[in-house]
Design a protein around this ligand. Structure first.
Ligand code: AMP
Length: 363
C-alpha cells in the first residue's frame, strides 16, 4: 500500500524503515527536504502546506501522522476520501490535556486531580482546591516538559499564570511517584489488541533519556491493570494503530499521566528488543495486516537517547550488543538526534553496557 505520513521527522523515518520489507511505499508531508524522513519516500514539502497535504492525499491509500498536534480539520478533510488512522476521536482527545483527563475520569482511570485554567482567578481557585505543589501545563502543544510550571507556593500565582502566555492551561496535583512507566499497545482494524511490556523511563529536564524494557520488578497484576486501562481507552476511541500511555507508579498504584496516539520514544527499544517493533506494528495495524508478536526477544533491553550532540557514537558501534539509530538531524541543544538500543541477557550485562555508554547520559 501507499502510506502517507503527516510529518517527516524521525518517527516517520522509522515507520518507513519498518514498512519497506512489507512492500509498502511511503510519502511524507513536511516543511523541508532536510527533514529526517525526506530520503525515505516521496516528500511533499511545497511552500504551501495545503498543497503538500493535497499531493500527499493524491499519493496515499491510507494516512497516518507523527504527532498529536496534527490539525484535526486536516484529518477530517482527508478522511472524506482516504482512511486516516488513528481516527479523529483519538487525535481530538489526545491533543488537549483537559479532554484527555475527562476521558480518564469517564472510564474510571486514575489520574492526578486537575482543573482547567483560563484566568488568574481560575488559577487561584484551582490551587485552593488541588493544593500545592502542583504543575501548571498548557492544555495543548506541550512536549518534552515544555509549557510547564511547577508551583510550590501561592507567591508564584502571577509568575505561573504569566508563563502560560495567555493560553488555556490545566493545573494538575503533583503526583509523588516512585517511577515513571509507559505502556505501548497496538489495535488492528479487526479489533485485535497487542500489548508490549511496561517499560521504565528516566527523564532529565523533561526529556526522556533512558528506557529500561521491560521495567524491572513489575508485579504481573500491575501489567494487567495497565493493559486494562489501555484496552478501555483503545476501545472507547475506536483507535487503530499504536497508542502509548505514560504512567506514574505510586505507593497506591498506577496513576495515568498522559497518552499519545502514536509510536513513542519509550518504544524505540522494540526495534531490536521485541519480536515486532512498535513501528512495524503500527504499519501493520493501519494497513489491515495481522499484528505481530510484541514479546521481548531478550531478557533485558534499554534505549539511550542521543540529545543535542552526537557524541562518541563509535563506542556503541564497537559493542556487540548495542545498535545505533541516527535520524539525519544536525546538532542543536536538546534536540533528539538518535538513540542507542542495548540488548542483554543479564542485569549485570545491561548495567555494564549502560555504563559504557555513560557519555550519552546526563551527569
Ligand atoms: P508531561 O509533559 O505531562 O509528560 O510531563 C513531563 C514530566 O513532568 C513527566 O515525565 C514527569 O516527570 C513530570 N510530571 C508531569 N506531570 C506531573 C505530575 N502531575 N506530578 C508529578 N510530576 C509530573
Amino acid at each position: 500500500m501507499k502510506i502517507g505520513i503527516l510529518g517527516a521527522g524521525q518517527l516517520g523515518r522509522m515507520m518507513a524503515i519498518s514498512g519497506y520489507p512489507l512492500n509498502h511505499q511511503f510519502g511524507f508531508s513536511g516543511h523541508s527536504n532536510d527533514e529526517p524522513s525526506a530520503l525515505l519516500g516521496h516528500m511533499f514539502a511545497l511552500e504551501n502546506n495545503a498543497d503538500n497535504i493535497e499531493s500527499l492525499a493524491a499519493f496515499a491509500d491510507v494516512i497516518t501522522y507523527e504527532s498529536e498536534n496534527t490539525d484535526v480539520e486536516i484529518v477530517r478533510e482527508l478522511n472524506k476520501d482516504i482512511p486516516v488512522y488513528p481516527g479523529e476521536k483519538s487525535l481530538f482527545t489526545t491533543q488537549h490535556r483537559g479532554r484527555e483527563k475527562a476521558l480518564f475520569d469517564k472510564l474510571n482511570i486514575p489520574c492526578a486531580p486537575y482543573k482547567m485554567v483560563n484566568t488568574l482567578n481560575d488559577l487561584r481557585q484551582a490551587v485552593s482546591q488541588i493544593g500545592l505543589p502542583a504543575i501548571l501545563k498548557t492544555a495543548t502543544e506541550g512536549y518534552d516538559g515544555k509549557g510547564q510550571f511547577l508551583m510550590r507556593s501561592e507567591d508564584q500565582l502571577q509568575e505561573a499564570f504569566d508563563s502560560m502566555n495567555g493560553v488555556e492551561s490545566i493545573l494538575e496535583g503533583f503526583v509523588n511517584f516512585k517511577r515513571e512507566l509507559s505502556l505501548i499497545a497496538v489495535r488492528g482494524i479487526d479489533d485485535d489488541h497487542k500489548y508490549y511490556p511496561l517499560v521504565e523511563n528516566t527523564h532529565h529536564d523533561g526529556i526522556l533519556r533512558l528506557t529500561i524494557a521491560p521495567a524491572q520488578a513489575i508485579d504481573p497484576k500491575v501489567q494487567k491493570i495497565a493493559e486494562h486501562y489501555m484496552q478501555i481507552l483503545l476501545d472507547e476511541m475506536d483507535h487503530v494503530g499504536v497508542l502509548t500511555i505514560e504512567l506514574f507508579e505510586t505507593d497506591s498504584g498506577l496513576v495515568v499521566n498522559e497518552m499519545a496516539p502514536r509510536v513513542h520514544n519509550s518504544g524505540h527499544w522494540s526495534i531490536e528488543g521485541a519480536n515486532t517493533s512498535q513501528f512495524e506494528n503500527h504499519i501493520r495495524a493501519i494497513t489491515g495486516m495481522p499484528l505481530g508478536d510484541t514479546s521481548p526477544v531478550h531478557n533485558f533491553s534499554a534505549m539511550i537517547n542521543i540529545i543535542g550532540e552526537l557524541g562518541p557514537t563509535d563506542i556503541a558501534l564497537k559493542m556487540a550488543n548495542a545498535h545505533l539509530h541516527l535520524y539525519d538531524k544536525s546538532e542543536r541543544k536538546n534536540r533528539k538526534l538518535g538513540h542507542i538500543n542495548i540488548i542483554a541477557n543479564s542485569q549485570e550485562e545491561l548495567d555494564n553496557s549502560i555504563k559504557q555508554l555513560k557519555d550519552f547520559l546526563p551527569k
